[in-house]
Design a protein around this ligand. Structure first.
Ligand SMILES: *[C@@H]1O[C@H](CO)[C@@H](O)[C@H](O)[C@H]1NC(C)=O
Ligand SMILES: *[C@@H]1O[C@H](CO)[C@@H](O)[C@H](O)[C@H]1NC(C)=O
Length: 453
């Protein structure tokens, strides 16, 4: 009876859902302490949230849709959410350290979801991770089917071997990112030539690459480097993920809405280099474009002119800016080769000086953004202390004239210079750095937490 009502409800939901989001909540189970005991026989996709967290609230309607879709496609994966602040001991047992944390729980294993928080991405993750770790490809048709479906996937070719053990190990860790298959030699297309068996291959960008233990090192880290397409539409999240690869990332920074030739040209030059010089550069380089310079400016602490090209070294945070006009793919290749042979100067990095610059930059952008969004507030927050400091300085100056100045000057300057603002250059508020608990300063921490899980 209950099941039938549920079935009918499902049929209706697609339409009703649009009218009434609350209705969809029925497909996401609200979990409590009994979850620890009851979950054992099932696979669960759980959103650990905190009632006060903004990102969690944004995720909620998406999560409801995920619940509905998983139900309507008949997935064995159950969808739930848990208030991690009310059931904090359970949440911490599952390793929840930030909010929201999305995990797929399967037996003893807990897989973290780290991708973009969209319905399709989350559902793809759930399907992938809940299924077999390594899926056999029994026929050429199956291979073709998979090749059309997935932009990047890995295939093990051969029988039982130590390499297969390593492949299974790597897959159990990296299944959260990508697909793993196994096949016999007959199944892969004829254009694939294998010098050795067994072998691990990655298929992507209309070609394939073979893992070479001597050149590529550890299998897991090779997979981690190769799991991205050669050319990508970059955003902050992706750049952060690419940080693990240690590769150099060449990005055309453009304004996608600007249809002028200059913008489209730079993008297609990078695309061309990515495609035509793949064999030469794919081991060390990742290519792509980014819409707008906001993110990259924050990253580089620089004001980039758009359109331009920037090359980031993800292993040491250094970057390279164009020192020439890029008119065609050959110019770009020349630029890349000069970066590789060390004739283009690197900028940035993660030295102490850079970190100091980062602190000042963050504080400065906070002040600028406060002034931009509310000049009055800005005047109050930064002008008032400045005013007070000026008055104090004036006081000191007059006191100084009294003759007892020297001692008192020292003391007062010590106080004013610490928590508030510097006592010089009243026209230009340059903060001392430690002061504003800036939203800008919190962002990287948020990402870091997401990453660490
Ligand atoms: C498009 O880009 C060109 C060249 O960078 C620039 O001069 C122009 O103002 C931009 N147009 C718009 C609509 O932003
Ligand atoms: C990128 O950084 C790594 C680590 O510091 C360094 O070994 C490598 O030479 C750098 N690459 C370039 C092109 O500067």
């Amino acid at each position: 009876m209950a099941a039938r009502r549920r079935g009918a409800a499902l049929g209706l939901c697609a339409t009703v859902c649009l009218l009434d989001m609350a209705f969809c909540k029925g497909f996401v189970e609200d979990l409590d302490e009994s979850f620890k005991e009851n979950r054992k026989d099932d696979i669960w996709l759980v959103d650990f949230y905190a009632p006060w967290c903004g990102h969690c609230k944004k995720l909620e309607p998406i999560w409801n849709e995920v619940g509905l879709e998983m139900k309507s496609v008949g997935s064995p994966v159950k969808v739930g959410k848990m208030d991690a602040t009310s059931y904090s001991s359970i949440a911490s047992e599952f390793g929840v350290r930030g909010y929201p944390t999305i995990k797929l729980l399967k037996g003893d294993l807990a897989y973290n979801y780290r991708g973009p928080r969209t319905k399709d991405d989350i559902i793809e993750f759930a399907h992938r991770v809940s299924g077999a770790l390594i899926r056999p490809l029994p026929s050429q048709q199956m291979f073709e089917h998979v090749r059309k479906r997935h932009r990047v996937f890995f295939v093990y070719i051969g029988g039982e071997s130590p390499l297969k053990e390593k492949y299974i190990d790597a897959a159990s860790e990296l299944i959260v990112y990508t697909y793993f298959y196994s096949a016999s030699e007959e199944v892969v297309p004829e254009y694939v030539t294998l010098k050795e068996m067994p072998a691990v291959l990655v298929f992507k960008d209309e070609t394939y690459f073979v893992y070479d233990e001597y050149e590529d090192g550890d299998l897991s880290s090779w997979i981690n480097r190769e799991r991205f397409q050669n050319y990508l539409t970059m955003d902050g999240f992706l750049l952060y993920e690419l940080g693990d690869t240690g590769k150099l990332v060449a990005i055309a920074v453009i304004d996608e809405k600007n249809t002028s030739a200059e913008h489209t040209r730079l993008k297609s030059i990078i695309q061309e280099v990515a495609r035509d010089y793949r064999d030469q550069f794919h081991r060390d380089f990742q290519f792509g474009h980014m819409d707008g310079n906001d993110y990259i400016n924050t990253l580089l602490m620089d004001e980039l002119k758009v359109p331009t090209v920037v090359v980031l070294n993800t292993s040491n945070q250094q970057y390279f800016l164009l020192d020439r006009q890029i008119n065609n793919a050959e110019d770009m290749v020349q630029f890349i080769n000069n970066i590789l042979d060390g004739t283009v100067d690197a900028q940035g990095g993660d030295s102490i000086l850079q970190r100091l610059k980062r602190m000042v930059f963050d504080a400065k952008s906070t002040i600028v953004s406060v002034f931009r969004s509310s000049p009055l507030m800005g005047c109050f927050l930064f002008g008032l202390p400045l005013g007070v400091v000026s008055i104090m300085c004036y006081g000191i100056y007059t006191a100084d004239a009294d003759g007892h100045g020297d001692e008192r000057y020292e003391v007062v300057r010590g106080e004013a210079g610490g928590p508030a603002l510097p006592d010089e250059g009243a026209g230009q508020p340059e903060p001392s750095g430690a002061d504003p608990p800036a939203p800008a300063a919190q962002e990287p921490k948020d990402v870091l937490e997401k990453k660490k899980d």
